[in-house]
Design a protein around this ligand. Structure first.
Ligand code: GEK
Ligand code: PPY
Length: 252
């Protein structure tokens, strides 16, 4: 059994929405990149657990010499974590359209293990070719893409995966039932308060994210993954309104 390394998280404290100047609408600019590691750790329930857990899945499905894509790689936390755990050599592709995030990822990858190759691509994922992939990760990123692009992206990922490869998807999700949606929102906001965010910070970020982060329901994710061609998919982790799914590309 493998020891799990600690995640490399190093940013300033996120106090963006406590200040007068904050990104509205929300954008992945230099200010956000500068506090991002703290922001995700305190805003996404089980963020560290999900990241180490996807490593457990990757270990079972990755192939030597294949490509591993992290779509919406932000500051490179997932890539460096995987790189530390995968022994056979692979090529990592970190894709993000925020130059501020890519700059942070470059710094983090300075200390990455040497058996792998790393390529950071600063571009919209819709412009990036995907090929020879054994594992593709898209964590908390599909939710920021225009809904009209989401199926096309999943199809492109499917086409770029080798048979037997997996896609690991994590997202904030919405509940169909309005009462469940209301309760889960309340529970999520209490989670944020326990993480040290004030009511004002929570409200201001919520406004900034309106129409920027558009969550699907669990069923919508499963439908889209099926339509994209995946032979099966399942939810593998869920906390209230955040979840992870794994989709498998079959051999036929
Ligand atoms: N069209 C796009 N093309 C490329 N990148 C994009 C696009 N839209 C948004 N992004 C990028 O997707 C990332 C989403 S954050 C991912 C966290 C990471 N996965 C993590 O597990 O640490 C999630 C969050 O902040 O909630 C940002 O860095 C955007 O710049
Ligand atoms: O959905 C929210 O309210 C969040 O705060 C999630 C989030 C985390 C990091 C960047 C953007 C959104």
């Amino acid at each position: 059994m493998q020891e799990i390394p600690r995640l490399v998280l190093n940013s300033k404290k996120d106090e963006l929405f406590a200040s007068k100047q904050y990104p509205k609408p929300f954008a992945f600019n230099a200010e956000v990149a500068g506090v991002f590691d703290d922001m995700v750790k305190r805003s996404i329930p089980l963020y560290c657990d999900v990241t180490t857990y996807l490593g457990d899945w990757a270990l079972d499905y990755y192939k030597a010499g294949s490509h591993i894509y992290d779509i919406g790689c932000s500051t490179g936390t997932t890539m460096i974590h995987l790189a530390q755990r995968l022994e056979k050599p692979v090529t990592f592709f970190g894709v993000d359209n925020s130059s501020a995030m890519i700059a942070k990822a470059e710094e983090k990858l300075d200390h990455a293990p040497e058996q792998h190759r790393y390529q950071l691509i600063c571009d919209d994922v819709m412009n990036v070719a995907i090929s020879n992939a054994s594992v593709v990760i898209i964590n908390y990123t599909l939710q920021f893409l225009p809904i009209t692009q989401r199926l096309a992206l999943l199809q492109k990922i499917y086409d770029g995966l080798c048979p037997g490869g997996i896609l690991f998807v994590s997202e904030k999700v919405r509940f169909d039932n309005p009462q469940f949606q209301e309760t889960s929102t309340k529970i999520y906001e209490e989670f944020k308060e326990r993480q040290g965010y004030s009511r004002t910070e929570i409200e201001k970020k919520k406004e900034a994210l309106d129409n920027v982060l558009i969550p699907f329901t669990e069923q919508e994710h499963k439908d889209f993954l099926g339509q994209a061609g995946f032979s099966h998919c399942d939810s593998v982790m869920k906390w209230n309104n955040f979840m992870s799914l794994v989709a498998f590309k079959g051999y036929s």
